[in-house]
Design a protein around this ligand. Structure first.
Ligand code: COI
Length: 356
């Protein structure tokens, strides 16, 4: 077994060759070493060619690679679902393809075409089919990465870029998925205007691990970040977009370049309109957010998760959670589409296999 795998999770429990030996009931959101990954490389001045599926292995990297020296890297996240009637579906992989392109432009990198990206995601899912959890037990989270692999010290462009993708079976990302207890982060900022908050740059994440670790120690589930310009307006969680409901209006912070344009975010806005809500993308002052009837967060990993409370300067404000919430309705509707339990009239799912 690989040293980095989760030993308890991988203890053999099944002799069914359709599935890897995983204790599906115990799936968390963490790294699990699966069988195969996708790798494509591109030299400066050339286009990405079709890559290939190779056995999962450590990547060899020049110590002077641009990603290690200057943080030139992006990641994406999307999921493969096994349906009860034996199909395997991807959810809107083209959206991740477009988003990685936007990120690559921002970080001055070459990028694969959307068709290449989607094809790579299909290949990774199928090459790790045994790791796609049984229906209702989790999903296969696919992690595409695009990074400067060529050495660069003082000058750019970077001589080589790598596009790779691996996959791990996962359960829910937020452990307390019945309702998150958030803390408003009033010191550290996640993103600033004209920075990289609007793309999935790898550099956006660990700079806020200090307050995240502190919040976890204090028993909070996650942080609610404020805008860097004023410190007064709600932006997003560590890795999820945020929504508020007041009356018949669903609001979410607008995309000003500091907020990630989440794939689940756009789906949820569309579903809310279908349900008859008025949907607004706008600036949301924290004061107003705290007066919501209900709040929730969205993301590929988070799906749709209710926010039970928000604590700002030791004052805790509670929100409605449970089955009779918009968040619950959105979660059910989205999950039904993603897992093929209802007909996908929106064309969001991509079927990649029929025998399951
Ligand atoms: C995702 O939702 O795919 C993310 O990128 C969040 C990550 C921290 C797991």
């Amino acid at each position: 077994m690989a040293p980095s795998a989760q030993p308890a999770l991988l203890t053999s429990v099944s002799s069914d060759e359709k599935y890897a030996n995983v204790k599906w009931e115990e799936l968390a959101f963490g790294f699990v070493r699966t069988d195969n990954m996708y790798v494509a490389k591109c030299n400066h001045g050339e286009d990405f060619q079709e890559g290939k599926i190779v056995p999962f292995a450590d990547l060899q990297l020049n110590p002077c690679a641009a990603v290690l020296q200057y943080g030139q890297g992006l990641y994406e996240g999307l999921k493969a679902y096994r349906t009860e009637d034996g199909r395997i579906l991807l959810f809107r992989p083209d959206q991740n393809g477009h988003r990685i392109q936007a990120g690559a432009k921002r970080l001055y990198m070459p990028y694969p075409s959307v068709d290449q990206f989607v094809s790579a995601m299909k290949q990774v899912a199928l090459a790790n089919k045994k790791w796609i959890p049984p229906p209702g037990k989790g999903t296969l989270y696919i992690r595409p990465i695009l990074f400067g692999s060529g050495p660069i010290l003082g000058s750019f462009p970077v001589p080589e870029t790598t596009f790779s993708a691996f996959a791990c079976p996962v359960g829910r990302y937020h452990k307390d998925n019945t309702g998150l207890n958030l803390k408003v982060e009033d010191k550290f900022r996640r993103a600033f205007l004209s920075g990289t908050g609007g793309v999935k740059s790898i550099t956006n994440y660990c700079p806020v691990w200090i307050p995240m670790a502190e919040a976890r120690k204090q028993g909070f589930s996650d942080l609610l970040f404020m805008d860097a310009a004023t410190g007064k307006n709600v932006e997003e969680l560590f890795a999820a977009n945020v929504f508020m409901l007041k009356g018949n209006v669903v609001s979410t912070p607008s995309l000003t370049g500091t907020i990630l344009p989440g794939v689940t975010r756009i789906c949820v806005m569309e579903l809310c309109r279908d349900f008859g809500y008025q949907v607004e993308e706008r600036v949301i002052p924290l004061e107003e957010f705290l007066e919501s009837d209900e709040t929730f967060c969205t993301g590929t990993a988070s799906i749709v998760t209710s926010i039970a409370s928000v604590t700002f300067k030791d004052k805790k404000t509670g929100f409605k959670t449970g089955e009779d919430t918009l968040a619950a309705k959105l979660y059910d509707t989205l999950s039904d589409i993603q897992t093929g339990r209802v007909e996908d009239t929106k064309g969001w799912t991509v079927e990649i296999d029929r025998q399951g």
